[in-house]
Write a protein that binds this ligand. Structure first.
Ligand SMILES: NC(=O)c1ccc[n+]([C@@H]2O[C@H](COP(=O)([O-])OP(=O)(O)OC[C@H]3O[C@@H](n4cnc5c(N)ncnc54)[C@H](O)[C@@H]3O)[C@@H](O)[C@H]2O)c1
Ligand SMILES: O=C(O)C(=O)C[C@]1(C(=O)O)C=C[C@@H](O)C=C1
Length: 374
C-alpha cells in the first residue's frame, strides 16, 4: 500500500494513520473537527493536503452512524480504490451503506479489537493494534482487491485478521465487548454517590473493572443502540446469574444450615466458572496461559524507573509477554508483574535480583507492608 486516507482522526483513526505512516505509507487526514485533524497531523500521522488522485485505501474511522453517508460521499468524490471502516458494530453500517446508495464492491467492514477509553487524536498510538484481532466482514458484493487491501491494512498495523459474517460479529462483540462495557458503567455508577470514606480505600481491582466506564457516552450510546437486542440477550444471562448470587448470599446471611450449605455451593460454582472464563482471556492472544509465569518486581515511583526495568529485562534477553502494575496510594514503590515464558522466569528472577531489583516473594511481601503502613 502506497497511499491511504483516514477520515476521522480520533483515537482509532490517528492510531491507524500513525501505524501506516511508520511503514512509509503516504497518509491523508480528514475530520469535520479541524482541531482534531491538525493535532493528528502535528503528531506525524499524515497530511491535511487533499490527495491528487485516488488513494489505495480509505479508512473511515468515524462513529458508526456516519459510515453510510461518509462512504457514499467519499466514493462520489473518487477518494480511494477501496474503503473500509473500524466501527464497533457491523450489521447496521452494512444496511446503511445500502440505503445511502454506496457501492458495496469497493467496501469491506472492519473492526480492530483494540481501543481505549479515551477519545481524540491524543489517545492515538501507533502500536495500539499490535497482536490484536482485526475483524473483517466482507459482504457477498465485496471485491477481492478490497479484501486484499483491508488484509494489508490489518497486517501493517500489526493486527491479526479474522474474517466473519457481520451478524456473527455483532453477536460475538455483544458478549466480549458491549455487555462488559455496560456492566463496567453500572459498577462505576454505584460509586458516583458513594461516601469518600469508601472511595479513598479503593484498590486496583476496582480500577481494573471500571477502566472502560470512562469511555465516551456519545459513542457508546450509538454502539448499544446498533446492537441492542444482542446486548440485552447477554444481560439476561447476567441477570439469571445475579439472581442466583443474590439468593445464595441471602441464604448465607440466614441461620438455616441446610440452605447455607446449598448457597455456599452455588456461590462456589459461580466463582469457579468465573475462574474458567477469565483463564480463557487472561493472556496475550496466541500465548497459552499455562506457559506464562508472573515475576513480581518492586519499582521505585520515580521518572524512568519502568523504562530502566524494561531495559534490564531486554538486556537479559527475555521477552515480556504482558505486564500488570499495581499502585498503592502514598506508596513510594509500585509492584510490577512481568508475565514471561515459564522457562525464562527462574533466570530472569536471579539476574534481576543480582542487578539490584527487589524480585519475587520479597517484592510481594515488601509491597504488602508498604501498602499497609501507607
Ligand atoms: N474507542 C475504541 O476503543 C474503539 C475501538 C475500536 C473501534 N472503535 C470505533 O472507531 C470509531 C471511532 O472511534 P474513536 O474512539 O476513534 O472516536 P473519537 O471520538 O476519538 O474520534 C472520532 C472522530 O471522528 C470525527 N468525525 C465524526 N463524524 C465525522 C464525519 N462525518 N466526517 C469526518 N470526521 C468525523 C470526530 O470529529 C472525531 O474526531 C467508531 O466507529 C468506534 O466504534 C472504537
Ligand atoms: O480497551 C478498551 O478500552 C476497549 O474497551 C476496547 C474495545 C473492547 O471492548 O475491547 C472497545 C470497543 C471497541 O469496539 C473495541 C475494543
Amino acid at each position: 500500500m502506497r497511499s491511504a486516507a483516514v477520515i476521522g482522526t480520533g483515537a482509532i483513526g490517528t492510531s491507524i494513520a500513525l501505524a501506516l505512516a511508520r511503514h512509509g505509507v503516504t497518509v491523508y487526514l480528514d475530520d469535520v473537527n479541524r482541531t482534531a485533524a491538525r493535532t493528528a497531523e502535528a503528531m506525524g500521522a499524515g497530511s491535511l493536503a487533499a490527495p491528487d488522485g485516488p488513494v489505495d485505501l480509505a479508512v473511515l474511522a468515524v462513529p458508526p452512524a456516519h459510515i453510510g453517508t461518509v462512504l457514499a460521499r467519499s466514493q462520489r468524490a473518487g477518494l480511494a480504490r477501496a474503503y473500509t471502516d473500524v466501527a464497533s458494530v457491523k450489521a447496521q453500517p452494512h444496511d446503511e451503506i445500502d440505503r445511502a446508495g454506496a457501492d458495496p464492491a469497493s467496501y469491506i467492514g472492519g473492526h480492530p479489537m483494540a481501543g481505549t477509553e479515551r477519545s481524540g487524536p491524543l489517545a492515538g498510538r501507533a502500536d495500539l493494534f499490535e497482536g490484536r484481532p482485526w475483524v473483517l466482514t466482507p459482504s457477498p458484493c465485496t471485491g477481492q482487491e478490497t479484501l486484499n487491501r483491508a488484509l494489508e491494512l490489518a497486517s501493517l498495523c500489526g493486527g491479526t485478521p479474522v474474517v466473519m459474517d457481520a451478524a456473527a460479529h455483532d453477536r460475538a462483540v455483544a458478549l466480549v465487548s458491549h455487555a462488559p462495557h455496560l456492566v463496567s458503567s453500572l459498577l462505576a455508577a454505584r460509586l458516583a454517590g458513594a461516601g469518600e470514606e469508601s472511595i479513598r480505600i479503593s484498590g486496583q481491582g476496582l480500577r481494573d473493572v471500571t477502566r472502560i466506564a470512562a469511555g465516551d457516552p456519545g459513542l457508546w450510546n450509538e454502539i448499544l443502540d446498533a446492537n441492542a437486542t444482542a446486548v440485552a440477550d447477554v444481560l439476561d444471562a447476567y441477570a439469571a446469574d445475579l439472581g442466583r448470587a443474590i439468593g445464595a448470599l441471602r441464604a448465607l446471611g440466614g441461620a438455616d444450615a441446610v440452605r447455607r450449605r446449598a448457597a455456599a455451593s452455588t456461590l462456589d460454582g459461580l466463582l469457579r466458572t468465573g475462574n474458567e472464563g477469565r483463564a480463557r482471556v487472561a493472556h496475550k492472544s496466541g500465548t497459552p496461559l499455562t506457559d506464562l509465569t508472573a515475576v513480581p518486581v518492586l519499582v521505585p515511583d520515580q521518572p524512568g524507573a519502568l523504562a530502566r526495568l524494561f531495559t534490564a529485562v531486554g538486556e537479559i534477553g527475555v521477552n515480556i509477554e504482558d505486564v500488570r502494575i499495581e499502585h498503592s496510594m502514598d506508596c513510594p514503590r509500585g509492584l510490577v508483574e512481568l508475565l514471561v515464558q515459564q522457562r525464562s522466569a527462574p533466570a530472569l528472577s536471579r539476574l534481576l535480583d543480582a542487578g539490584g531489583w527487589a524480585v519475587a516473594e520479597n517484592a510481594v511481601a515488601e509491597h504488602a507492608v508498604m501498602a499497609a503502613v501507607g
